[in-house]
Design a protein around this ligand. Structure first.
Ligand code: PMP
Length: 457
């Protein structure tokens, strides 16, 4: 039982002393007061247990308070906290060697930062310094950060302030085969197909050609002849687990490189085994980025992030000192090392593939049963369930209806996320240790919440 501060006192502080936007967002109408976590479970202040299928926005990769990670932090805390890396110390080097071993050649040079926004800021700067060009392209619906620079990359209006953010950021059409104008079954790499029929010929994805055509048009219309870079999340996170036609990235990378740009994979949500078949989301497309950014799962909830690039880009970037007080902090490095060990020792990438495929297959059955589930998609444990008014119009389910289902799912003991440009997609991005029994529990809860909603109509 929780014996500390009262809920009323917490809410009072929240309204007075905390970023007012945060205090507005309690995520639920009846907020959850979380007290404790263990692996895929969270407990509130009344001792009620929740199955956590959102993991603090895909962040708690290996499980809340994972015993091995916690033990590694405890050990490091007693030895050394911090040197700002002006002195040589083992934890940083042990970690960088281990992280580099998880990336393909020539992606071997690591810059440690503290958040995803900071990592993407750095990647933007690197792309511009290395190429000597300025313009950067990313997808509509993407989220790459909230700093003034990365806000220019981010393409979700609710996260954008009306000020000059980084200029030179252009958003191309998101090659979304469900909501976009082209595509459908077979276009994307997912264990489940869309309900939408597509006109793709055998072996040739017509939607891919159409969306690549849009990218070419973006080049023609909106950017100078040379570009600095192209940012892409392998599967959109905040955008609602949006997946693209299988060959899109391959062709887009080729076009961007022809224009003198570098290709940046934002693996903040998709990295560290979450997509199941591969350790990095980009590997699922058979592509090799020039820069990879990572955060969230990298520290299982500990504030740390990284940019990894090639020796060539790192050499160009060495024109000035890049200094970061906390990047490479000894405790963060101990956490990062233990997270990588836990992913391997607990077989979590394989678990993502196994449990995620089962979950998506079962969710597709619910989609076929309920008229308001329009799409089930994703890979591994990066899953989106897009809700619609009806399957023909694919009009997004309204925020009020989304909220009712969302709250009901929570009241029955499961925490999920929301996303998409219209807030129409439920997101399932749990700690990577969930089991098929957890999935069965969630499916029963989700099915019931949709029935409850439909009964009220
Ligand atoms: N990239 C992606 C894909 C993200 O989802 C986020 C955070 N939601 C970020 C970057 C920014 O990370 P942070 O909040 O750590 O700055």
């Amino acid at each position: 039982e929780y014996t500390g501060m009262s809920k009323e006192h917490i809410m009072e502080i929240r309204s007075k002393n905390i970023n007012p936007m945060t205090s507005k967002i309690t995520y639920y109408k009846k907020p959850v007061f979380i007290h404790q976590g263990h692996m895929q479970w969270l407990w509130d202040m009344d001792g009620r247990r929740y199955l956590d299928l959102f993991a603090g926005v895909a962040t708690v990769a290996v499980g809340h308070c994972h015993p091995k990670v916690t033990a590694a932090v405890e050990k490091q805390l007693k030895k050394l906290w911090h040197t700002t890396n002006i002195y040589v110390n083992a934890p940083l080097h042990e970690y960088c060697e281990k992280l580099a071993s998880h990336l393909p050649d020539p992606l071997k040079v690591i810059y440690l930062t503290n958040s995803g926004s900071e990592a993407n800021d750095l990647a933007m700067l690197m792309a511009r310094i290395h190429t000597g060009n300025y313009d950067i392209i990313t997808f509509r619906g993407s989220y790459h950060g909230g700093s003034q620079q990365t806000m220019g990359l981010t393409s979700q209006s609710s996260y954008k302030y009306p000020i000059a953010t980084s200029s030179g950021c252009t958003h191309t059409m998101c090659p979304d085969v469900f909501r976009g104008p082209w595509g459908g079954s077979h276009c994307r790499d997912s264990p489940v197909q869309t309900i939408r029929q597509c006109s793709c010929a055998q072996g040739q994805c017509m939607a891919n050609e159409q969306y690549i055509g849009q990218l070419k048009e973006t080049f023609a219309a909106s950017v100078p002849s040379r570009v600095a870079g192209f940012f892409g999340e392998p599967i959109q996170g905040m955008g609602g687990a949006v997946q693209y036609p299988k060959n899109y990235f391959k062709e887009a990378y080729k076009l961007v490189r022809e224009k003198g740009g570098v290709c940046i994979a934002d693996e903040v949500q998709t990295g560290f085994g979450r997509t199941g078949t591969h350790f990095w989301g980009f590997q699922g497309y058979g592509i090799l980025p020039d820069i990879v950014t990572m955060a969230k799962g990298i520290g299982n909830g500990f504030p740390m992030a990284a940019v990894v690039t090639t020796p060539e880009i790192a050499a160009s970037f060495a024109k000035a000192y890049h200094f970061n007080t906390f990047g490479g902090n000894s405790v963060a490095c101990a956490v990062g090392s233990a997270v990588l060990d836990a992913i391997r020792e607990d077989g979590l990438q394989q678990n993502c593939h196994h449990v995620g495929t089962y979950l998506m297959t079962e969710l597709a059955k619910l989609r076929d049963k309920h008229k308001i589930i329009g799409d089930v998609r994703g890979k591994g444990l990066q899953i989106g369930v897009e809700m619609v008014k009806d399957k023909t119009s694919r009009e997004p389910l309204c925020p009020q209806a989304m909220m009712e289902i969302f709250e009901d799912v929570k009241d029955m003991g499961v925490l999920i996320g929301k996303g998409g440009l219209y807030g129409q997609t439920f997101r399932i991005q749990p700690p990577m240790c969930i089991t098929t029994a957890d999935v069965d529990f969630f499916l029963a809860v989700f099915d019931k919440a949709i029935h409850n909603y439909m009964d009220r109509q």
